[in-house]
Design a protein. Sequence first.
Length: 171
Amino acid sequence: MTDRKSTIIGIVLFILIAIAIITMIQRAQGGDGQCPDKSAAQTPEANSPPVCLVSDRSEVAPPSASPGNFIDDCLDYIVWAESRNGTDPNCQPGIVGPAGELGPWQVTPIYVADIKRLTGEVLDPYDCQACREAARVYLQHYMRYVAVETICDAHELYRRGLTGYRNWKGE
């Protein structure tokens, strides 16, 4: 019986240590990039900064939402969330993320292929203006298929793609 108790205690301790390590890694990386609470995300009509922050560790303030410019506010938020408007050292040239992300917009190879399909042009991940316009085309195209009610929703659609967004929303 003592051996069984020791084994159970060992397993529980292992799990707790693993959870603590995962939490520390996520905090060191600035969170998991998701909105902390979908219901708390800002609506496009709101006249205040988005509340779906990726991390509270940034020195760069998030863009403020302004009525009537929902897509522009979404684009401002996306580049801020992905790289703090290009100030994050992990988005500099030569650094590639685990899913192949490049540049301030954290563009992936799948995203580049999708933009080529939608626009016929190859996207340079380090051309911020081209990435902004590509993100505009991308959001306008896919927002026809899913409900995007908040700036945070638009960011998640950008990050996850159409299928991933539908799964995230539970659609």
